[in-house]
Write a protein that binds this ligand. Sequence first.
Ligand SMILES: Cc1cc2nc3c(=O)[nH]c(=O)nc-3n(C[C@H](O)[C@H](O)[C@H](O)COP(=O)(O)OP(=O)(O)OC[C@H]3O[C@@H](n4cnc5c(N)ncnc54)[C@H](O)[C@@H]3O)c2cc1C
Length: 388
Amino acid sequence: MANSSIIIVGAGVFGAAAALELRKRGHEVVLLDPGPIPHVLASSTDISKVLRMDYGADEFYMELMEAAFRGWEAWNESWGTPLFHQTGMLLLAGGTMNPGGFEYDSLELLRKRGHQPEHLPADQLMERFPAWDTKEYPEGYINPRAGWAESGEVVARLISQGKTLGVDVRGGSAFASTLDDGSRVAGVRTTDGQQLKAEYVIVAAGSWTPSLLPLMEEFMWAVGQPVFHFLVEDVAAYQPPNFVIWGADMSNSGWYGFPALDDGTLKVANHGPGKRQSAGAPREVDADAEDKFRAFFRSALPGLAEAPMISNRLCMYCDTWDGDFWIDHDPDRPGLLIATGGSGHGFKFAPMLGPIIADVLEGKPNRFAHRFKWRARGELKTEYARYS
Ligand SMILES: Cc1cc2nc3c(=O)[nH]c(=O)nc-3n(C[C@H](O)[C@H](O)[C@H](O)COP(=O)(O)OP(=O)(O)OC[C@H]3O[C@@H](n4cnc5c(N)ncnc54)[C@H](O)[C@@H]3O)c2cc1C
């Protein structure tokens, strides 16, 4: 099926990665996005995203991330300027680490798969990472094979590489509906009235997907999560080796964050139940959100309790019912493929997303695709037992 015509809806990391990979495989690719790209409201557009393979007992995501890390290193090399920064990640447990706990299971699996995490009891935690008050975190571990990526820059880079190879990137062009030929999807209508034909349409519109394609509302929904940027004066105290990517009892509290940038910007976010709302609705963090961040700082990162807040925003997840991504053909509408459902943890797999989406489109075997296939909604798993 080489040389197919493909329209991709959405130029976030799913769409941008798919466009580049499919173009490399010889397909004609048109990429639509209301733009400008990277879109300021896209989930992928931010100063940073966490890259880690620590997924509790879920070996599938650890294996997928092992492959993604090799991809990030290859991208860094090809880009010249690194956009992936391997700082290591500190995972603090909210109690003694026991089997079944996220930190314990992650540590065990890392060791089983030959990685070099280092377990840290409380006294070593405070010695190595003095910004932390570890009274609520009796132990944890550091995984050196982790870091962060400049996510907005990454998307911009993938888009420009795609353009260089001939992807027809159309910023300012938005999907309105599919163009159907019987039961087959044969293209798209855009909001400005154009009708664009193609053999395949890939909808990769992130948290906008359920509102653009109501048939997906049964399987996924948009959820807003707060992100705050604070300003630190003593930058070195909040940069490696003193301060790295962190998760503080992440599976229960949702708290995670980043080292400071050289300009003193320090990002912290919370991965909680969030705010279920349509991606197109006004985006405001809750009035008490800042108080909650500062209360957390007072107990765990006292040096940040009074740090000036630079900005905040509500960033949207496209949550699937089970927290796994959604990459598959619509079983009832040939010609349509859905590639979305990042569920708050998709960005880190960017180097793998393009090949998985392209293999699924082409009907080629892919050892990771099974987890993202079209699936009936089952009983809800422990809804928030997932991590960014
Ligand atoms: C607060 C927050 C923190 C996160 N932290 C992490 C993290 O640390 N690590 C990690 O791995 N993941 C993280 N994620 C998840 C990650 O950001 C997402 O899984 C990923 O970026 C989703 O990419 P996407 O391409 O599906 O969606 P998006 O990046 O949202 O892109 C969707 C695109 O669709 C476009 N679009 C919308 N409507 C239309 C239309 N009508 N026609 C055409 N295009 C349209 C939009 O303009 C946008 O560019 C986080 C997410 C959030 C919200």
